[in-house]
Design a protein around this ligand. Structure first.
Ligand SMILES: Cc1cc2nc3c(=O)[nH]c(=O)nc-3n(C[C@H](O)[C@H](O)[C@H](O)COP(=O)(O)OP(=O)(O)OC[C@H]3O[C@@H](n4cnc5c(N)ncnc54)[C@H](O)[C@@H]3O)c2cc1C
Length: 282
């Protein structure tokens, strides 16, 4: 992120940049509250690391807020619980768990982004979701009031937390004591499975579309011969049909054009409408 006067340039997971009216990095709860108060009524977007977002327009009429500072802490509560700030990166959390001999989250290895973004999207892999490991979440609403939610109060579902409108500040995550070597082996196995099935080192946003109920979006894309469909700097992965890749030099319209081709063909041939898993910001 770089500052241009009051405006700021932000960058998504494809390396696409956009200018927003204001980018604010907040350091404390009080700071966040005062920023919400200052920009009340404006179009505010909370972001983590932009790994599940596409910036579709080069000028966004939004205030972008990113949590930092006091939201970057990880604290061991006991050998079954970790309190983690929402701006902590997933790899840092996994590293902390590994060094502390705490298992459970190994399936998240290879998922980029922040804890806040992962909880908001109920990120998951290999049949597990972060929501399964949440004990409690502290949020702020848009009025600046703090709310605490127990797991039973949160409607986690496939890639959804139901926390729309709330800003996630931190979470208590359930873990279990395990020997470090076992945790490491498990992480390596999950990462190996990821490398076998995904083009991990090209730019992407992970899976582009949500899987429709009872089916696999990537499999349908492959069946309909849409793999390798290309438009300028964007193309469908040969390895995993649900990945739209780029070489880092791409226009968002090329990614969105491929999205449209896939959506239309799947609708024509299968009568299924693919909804994006990635968030498209206009
Ligand atoms: C190579 C690659 C692989 C991936 N693999 C997976 C995978 O296996 N499984 C999976 O589920 N996802 C995967 N993803 C998608 C993405 O990494 C996850 O969804 C990640 O958790 C998003 O985190 P983020 O910080 O980047 O969120 P962002 O993209 O910045 O934001 C995502 C959403 O969360 C909201 N949000 C962010 N922080 C907060 C907060 N503190 N409070 C409230 N709302 C917030 C944003 O407003 C936005 O709606 C992958 C992405 C890439 C690039």
């Amino acid at each position: 992120m770089s500052l241009i006067g009051e405006k700021s340039v932000i960058k998504d997971c494809y390396g696409v940049t956009a200018e927003c009216v204001r980018f604010v990095s907040v350091e404390t709860i009080e700071h966040l509250r005062s920023v919400l108060c200052k920009f009340r009524g404006r179009d505010i977007k909370i972001v983590g690391s932009f790994t599940n977002m596409i910036l579709a327009h080069c000028k966004l009429n939004r205030i972008i807020i990113k949590l930092d500072g006091a939201f970057s802490n990880i604290q061991l509560i006991d050998n079954q619980r970790v309190r983690v700030g929402s701006s902590v990166k997933i790899p840092s959390l996994l590293n902390f768990c590994l060094k502390s001999g705490l298992g459970g989250l190994e399936f998240m290895v290879g998922i980029p982004g922040t804890v806040g973004g992962a909880i908001y999207c109920n990120a998951g892999a290999f049949g597990n979701e972060i929501g399964d490991y949440i004990q409690e979440i502290t949020c702020m609403d848009r009025e600046g009031d703090i709310k605490k939610f127990k797991k039973r109060d949160i409607n986690f579902s496939y890639r959804n937390s139901g926390l729309r409108g709330y800003i996630i500040l931190d979470a208590v995550i359930r873990v279990s004591p395990f020997p470090e070597v076992e945790i490491k082996n498990k992480m390596q196995r999950f990462f190996f499975r990821r490398l076998q099935s995904q083009d991990y080192y090209n730019s992407s946003c992970g899976c582009f579309f949500r899987n429709p109920p009872g089916a696999c979006a990537g499999g349908i894309i492959e069946d309909l011969n849409l793999k390798s469909r290309k438009r300028a700097g964007a193309w469908v992965s040969e390895k995993h049909g649900n990945f739209i890749l780029s070489d880092g030099d791409v226009h968002p319209q090329d990614i969105l054009a491929i999205k449209d081709v896939i959506q239309r063909k799947v609708w024509r041939e299968r009568r299924i409408w693919f909804n994006p898993e990635v968030e498209i910001l206009w």
